[in-house]
Design a protein around this ligand. Sequence first.
Ligand SMILES: [Zn+2]
Length: 488
Amino acid sequence: MQHSNGLIKTRYTIAIIERHLNKLVSIVLLSLLTISCSCSDTSSSAHLDTLPKCSPIVVVGVDGLEWDIILPMLAEHKLPNLAKIMQQGSYGKLETFFPTLSPVIWTTVATGKSHEKHGIHHFARNRGQENLELYQSTDRQTKAIWNIATDYHKTVNSIGWWMTYPVETINGVMVAQTNTNAQFDTRAGKNIWKGSLVKDVPHQVWPAERQAEIMSIYQVSQRNLASITKEVFGTFPHPLGELDKRLWDNCQWAFRADATYLDIALSLAAEPSQADLTLLYFGGPDVVGHRFWRYMQPDRFTHKPSTQQLENFSSIITDYYVYMDKAIGQLRSAYGEQATFIVMSDHGMHAINSDRPFNPDAPPSNINSGDHQDAPPGVFFAVGPHVKSMVYDASKKALTRDKLRTICSVMDITPTLLAMMRLPIGEDMEGRVASTIFKDDFQIECQPDVLVTHDTAAFVESHKKRANLRRQDQERIDQLKSLGYIGR
Ligand SMILES: [Zn+2]
């Protein structure tokens, strides 16, 4: 389904107006509510060092997770870990906005602000010109949740999140999703703009002394990639044709990135002291969704895949959902039941190019059969000591899409996390606290202050310095590239 641009803009404008109203309501609510979280008490004037220790929060961002795929799989009991979260916690649709570009939306998720404020407007700037440059962390013009948590002495780990290359100085571990211009114009081709870890590029791990250890996890995923994909998808019964090989090859980097980031998250969870907040990103469901929708729903397409193609690929998307569900189960076990766990996607997905013939030599957008340009809603799941149970019972009547509530929006994740950590919310944030997910007795006891902004003068100054780092880093990358050291 495609909306006209005018309709989308109108919808977007209405959404902005609603958001401002919501923000006001949210501020009023925050002033009235009293949270009795399991944190020990502290007064609002508490010194930073005496802020209460809350139960850890883990946010798993999964690109492109779609309810229309999840619902039938739930009915067939194929996603037991998501079903468990739904039995114990809250779930529903997550509102998103146009344009559904990953760097833009995932930065909104981490800042509570639209791209006009956070400054990441697309994958790359100077589009259509020769000197095209990928956006990166140094282009972000506002603090992200990991900067704010650091300011308040909370520990925070960020693994594979969008727009985190080069990494920032935080009170925890940051593992970049690396997008470099060097990757961009090498054999990766101009169409692979999502990042992963890249061999021999500096500034991918904070603190820097942990880069070698983290890169060794990447190397294990690289070495085991064939066995990882065999475990997830099995063995294809037929040899791959030219188009299918191209689609399959274009997914390998995403499988490797997800396996790497999962192992890093599990390894950090096993450390003696868990971070107050962990952010983790998986990109695979979006990537397989773009490439293989036609094989999952052939009846929606005029040019259907052959029987052999279907036997190879009809379950590739659902197999990956099963893998993601298993990863969520592993993460919940690793972080413990006391952790608050949020699983969310930046948007849903659906079929596209339904009348188009699929030619192996066509540009990537023409061989994709799934997309999200009209901003279909994403998914939201939350479970934890203070999250309300919406009592999903998988054994009863199957849940249908019309019964799903809209819980909140991608703008609301950062304000909600700040409220859970009892940290101040910036008045310049456009999101609100998703208070409907909390139990009635979970009230704001250490009521967060509302600041005008978290972006202090010192931050603005350091932002300028980080922008300068971009130039220096590019010089280093160009040097490594000329020496042939940069690989994917
Ligand atoms: Zn996508």
